[in-house]
Design a protein around this ligand. Sequence first.
Ligand code: PLP
Length: 352
Amino acid sequence: MQAEPQPFDRVLSSMCTRPHPVAREAAEQFLATNPGDPGTYPTIAALEEDAIAMLGEIAGLENPSGYVASGGTEANIQALRIARERADVDRPNVVMPESGHFSFQKAADLLEIDLRIVPTDRNYRADLEAVQACVDAETAAIVGVAGTTEYGRVDPIPALGEIADSVDALLHVDAAWGGFVLPFTDAEWHFGHAPVDTMTIDPHKMGQAAVPAGGLLVRSSDLLDELAVDTPYLESTSQATLTGTRSGAGVASAVAAMEELWPTGYREQYVRSRNNAEWLADALEKRGYDVVDPTLPLVAADVSHSTFEALRDRGWRISRTGNDQLRVVCMPHVTREMLASFVADLDRLEMR
Ligand code: PLP
């Protein structure tokens, strides 16, 4: 086996990163534990409570409830499940901007929810008039994204909260990727800024924990109760998670990473990543590419298909947006040297 099965030195597309060394160590230590069975594995169950307490602090939520999920997909599915259970209508719908992650399509499919996708505005944020026009008495939830997958945009969360309140729907904020950088910006994204009911915030993305460590937070424990089922053969009596047996590695590594990095280490990382994104955006702009101005550490630019493919052939792991732009995510493993080498490759290819 290679020392590092996933070398990160050319990865510019992933929203995951090399785990912090303390997170890696904690993951190894707790590999054989299962927080899904807290009666049998009390140590990891207690660590999960610590994880939720810290996630709550990051997301401005006093007395937080929630759990460490397998990732953002599971947390989003569960958030919509809570909304559906609570809504008690025949055909619940959920209103979401087109910038929402594809995991909501899976959630809608599984839960038989009508997913109403509304356009974004010129700045790639949820269009409030479109959201307003789309909600009705059967709206179970509105989704706002705090750090969109393609452009790193933050939807107007307080205004979405007002619309949700007006139709008695829940507001779910998907901060799967953005949650560990937004505390260091002036964006209004968390429980303290708006009537947020549920949130996805993933330690295994910008939080530098090992996979699998997603996060679901809920404003009050009664929302989590909407998910609980009885668990007759376990030592505990009920379970709110989607999966049964879960990895203690993800939970332990999330706690280790947050204890190590919150807040100073995450702030320093945010500044590094933001500066890198600005540097790359500037470098691309100077070369004549159309660049979407980065607000969080994510850069999108109009680079032709042929150049994109040639960069991939040189080993760069890059991806494209739905609008066909090159997309580079400035994760913690992405250094200035990597970006400089990427731009140098781009220059070589464009000279040919
Ligand atoms: N939400 C957002 C905003 C994302 O960017 C992603 C993945 O990149 C997800 C949800 C899904 O997370 P996961 O891949 O951990 O299930």
